[in-house]
Ligand binder design. Structure first.
Ligand SMILES: *Cc1c(COP(=O)(O)O)cnc(C)c1O
Length: 228
């Protein structure tokens, strides 16, 4: 627990430094602790140590954890099959991985059935990597227009992942491009779209992401892989 507390403290300090460097309030940055590799006892400890938001990338584990720790705020950050949507809508605070139109429709349908809004981020494939899913920057305006017709779905911003790299500087142009895309699109009006969140940055690159405008970072191994 002491090691975990130290790791969390270190990540928080780095977040604060990166926020200050870009002239922003560290309190405006949400740390989502990605707990996919941690056991549930450790997630409970992290919660007791003051972390509030946790991210999972698989529906089965996410469901189990929501039941075990309902007081935490849970985020879905991984690829989501449309037939699993019913298991998470109404239970997670934010879906970060809205990467295609049929998923938007499925999320909306479930939200309407339950009478709840479904907050989601559009996953944008900035780097154009084929192995990553997401909406391309070119398709994004039309995608947002279409989402505006879905009454339960609420687009709250964008998420992206930078390519894996040894040096976090390589991620900077990717994050910068998403920030500028958000700025440009923010000048147009869309229905049911609120450009509030930019979810970008993981353990390897969250400081650069914050410097480039992220206000949600998804950090897993830097918190939970304590032997590294
Ligand atoms: C696992 C994961 C993370 C966290 O990655 P780390 O390198 O462990 O910080 C962030 N985002 C997504 C979508 C993930 O799947």
């Amino acid at each position: 627990m002491q090691q975990l507390a130290a790791a969390i403290g270190e990540v928080r300090a780095r977040i604060a430094r990166a926020a200050q460097k870009s002239g922003r309030d560290p309190a405006a940055i949400t740390l989502v602790a990605v707990s996919k590799t941690a056991d549930i006892a450790t997630v409970g400890e992290a919660l007791a140590l003051g972390l509030t938001d946790f991210g999972e990338n698989r529906v089965q584990q996410l469901r189990e954890r929501i039941s075990a720790l309902p007081e935490a705020r849970w985020h879905m950050i991984g690829r989501l099959q449309t037939n699993k949507v019913k298991e998470i809508v109404g239970k997670v605070v934010l879906v970060h991985s809205l990467d295609r139109w049929n998923l938007a429709e499925a999320l909306d349908k479930r939200g309407q059935a339950l009478g709840v809004a479904v907050p989601a981020l559009v996953q944008v494939n900035i780097a154009g990597e084929e192995q990553k899913t997401g909406v391309s920057p070119e398709e994004l305006p039309e995608f947002l227009d279409s989402c505006g017709q879905l009454s339960a779905l609420r687009i709250m911003g964008f998420m992206t992942m930078a390519p894996l790299a040894d040096n976090q500087e390589e991620a900077r142009p990717v994050f910068r491009e998403l920030y500028h895309l958000q700025e440009r699109l923010g000048q147009r009006s869309f229905t049911n779209v609120d450009f509030r969140y930019l979810s970008m940055g993981m353990s390897q690159d969250y400081e650069v992401a914050i410097e480039e405008g992220a206000n949600i970072v998804r950090v897993g191994s830097a918190i939970f892989n304590l032997e590294q």
